[in-house]
Design a protein around this ligand. Structure first.
Ligand code: NAD
Length: 495
């Protein structure tokens, strides 16, 4: 493949770099092949994109919601038609396996389908005769009723900043509902997956979004920071690591924007002695190593409780040895590379730190046989991890599972309650009592019972807690409708 140059999509057209002085090589992390040179633009590109979105807003916001959704219906069909092309692009640019890449596209399409319901989701509410008024009534007009109506109206230009790990789906947590609600949008995706984002936006324009309704700026931190403080941007949706989420939330809200910022995680998986063993092993395996551990819902700590450790620990090590690490679209491969070689080096350093801190390295992914040119680390498992070790505290975002054995459920719950993160926690058990206690005490917003990854679904809010989320209205579900609209209340009386 000949390297291309990643370009912005502004006002419905491809636009070359403005004044970027640096660029970034977008590589296939499984092969090292350069796919594109990504210009790291800043204020000039952001200003042009926000100007295009501002120009498109009056007409788009007045377009009947049913007509807006017709574009999304056409877009859904285009995504189905281009499913294989998008899958291959994700495998090449991100490194996922083909099955994981298909999941990324499918979960994105779910968001489009949900946004197609905007005519129902945007309905207001009316309460007739909320009160009666007599103070100003003319003779004969006693008890004039007051009626009250709540309606949802779009905000204006909204912005989205997204991470690399679900290149198609995560942007679709944001812009489809935003535009269905009548807003216009500027997306700044992760520079590491620019080609996926460009294709996602081009197909939306091909489906019939009017010029300027959805715009795409290619860039890094500079572009993001211009966008979140731009005077004409009303709302900012962010997904990424916790330090950047905190920074974006503080900066955007200080600049007067509404903001929802989803951050990182360190998720625990409890294995009770009475768990269905096959379900627990399968669930923990896919949660820890699926997407090469690069998921905010990756279970990175397994906590076998009581004598569950006797069967769980040898079985999970055996199962992880069966993972085949390699190029994502090769038959039989079940785990791809990390997103880039800097990530691989970070994960290797985390493994070295675990060894130095005294945890027992039960499966060493540094020695896995993998293709030479990619950014690979094999599945890695540490046993006897204790609180305070970096393996127990830091989000590694790679295929590293830490086992923390605990005697009782209460000891295990203490670990999740003390964690600064609260994205998800899962339990494998056949006890309803244990599951209920876990659900109410674990201190996480997404709970899985006998499920390794309680994945966010388009129809419900993605409810991370604590340092995994900053804001009040989450992505997806009805929260998204409320986030991307303003509420207007009308009180009226007629004589
Ligand atoms: P990241 O925080 O490095 O980057 C995310 C986005 O922020 C990118 O678009 C990047 O260009 C931009 N950015 C980077 N530095 C910035 C700065 N100083 N100011 C403003 N913007 C900046 O995250 P990543 O490595 O792309 O993604 C992995 C992280 O995302 C993990 O921590 C993962 O847990 C998290 N994540 C969270 C969720 C969730 O819903 N909670 C979902 C997916 C990923």
């Amino acid at each position: 493949m000949t390297p291309t140059s990643a370009v912005h999509v502004i006002g419905g057209a491809r636009v070359d770099a403005f004044d970027a002085t640096t660029s970034f090589a977008d590589i296939n992390p499984a092969t090292g092949e350069t796919l594109a040179e990504v210009p790291l633009d800043g204020a000039a590109a952001v200003n042009a994109a926000v100007a295009a979105a501002t120009k498109a807003f009056p007409s788009w916001s007045k377009t009947p919601v049913g007509d807006r959704c017709q574009v999304l219906f056409r877009y859904k069909q285009l995504l189905e038609d281009h499913f294989d092309e998008l899958t291959e692009l994700i495998v090449a640019e991100h490194g996922k396996t083909t099955a994981e890449a298909r999941g990324d596209v499918r979960r994105g399409i779910d968001c489009i389908e949900y946004a197609c319901g905007a005519p129902s989701l945007l309905m207001g509410r009316t309460l007739p005769r909320i009160a009666v008024s007599s103070s100003f009534s003319r003779e004969g007009d006693e008890n004039v009723p007051l009626d009250s109506t709540m309606e949802r109206i779009p905000l204006g230009v909204c912005a989205g900043i997204t991470p690399f790990n679900f290149p198609i789906m995560v942007p679709m947590w944001m812009w489809p509902m935003a535009v269905a609600c009548g807003n216009t949008f500027v997306l700044k995706p992760s520079e590491k997956v620019s080609l996926c984002a460009i294709r996602e936006v081009e197909l939306a324009n091909q489906a019939g979004l009017p010029d300027g309704v959805l715009n795409l700026v290619i860039g890094g931190a500079d572009a993001a920071n211009c966008l979140i403080t731009h005077a004409d941007v009303k709302a900012v949706s962010f997904v990424g690591s916790t330090p950047i989420a905190k920074h974006v939330y503080a900066t955007a809200t200080a600049a007067g924007k509404r903001a929802q910022c989803m951050g990182g995680a360190k998720n625990c998986m409890f294995i009770m002695p009475d768990a269905n063993r096959d379900a627990a092993i399968d669930g923990v395996l896919s949660s820890a190593f699926g997407n090469t551990g690069q998921r905010c819902l990756a279970g990175s700590i397994a906590i076998p409780i009581g004598d569950a450790a006797d069967w769980f620990v040898p079985a999970i090590i055996d199962a992880a040895k069966g993972i085949s690490t390699g190029v994502g679209n090769t038959a039989g491969v079940t785990m791809g590379p990390l997103i880039d070689c800097a990530s691989r080096d970070r994960v290797l350093a985390a493994i070295d730190a675990g060894v130095n801190e005294g945890a027992s390295l039960s499966l060493d992914g540094r020695t896995t046989n993998t293709p030479d040119d990619g950014c690979f680390v094999g599945p890695t498992i540490f046993d006897n991890v204790t609180p305070g070790m970096s393996l127990a505290e830091d989000e590694i975002f790679g295929p590293v599972l830490s086992i923390m054995r605990r005697e009782t459920l209460d000891d295990a719950i203490e670990i999740t309650q003390q964690s600064p993160y609260g994205n998800m926690a899962v339990m494998f058990t056949s006890s309803g009592y244990a599951a209920n206690k876990f659900r109410t005490e674990a201190g996480a917003g997404m709970i899985g019972i006998n499920v390794g990854v309680p994945a966010p679904m388009a129809v419900f809010p993605f409810s991370g807690w604590k340092d995994s989320f900053f804001g009040s209205l989450h992505a997806n579900g009805e929260d998204a409708v409320r986030f991307f609209t303003e509420c207007r209340i009308l009180v009226s009386r007629w004589f």
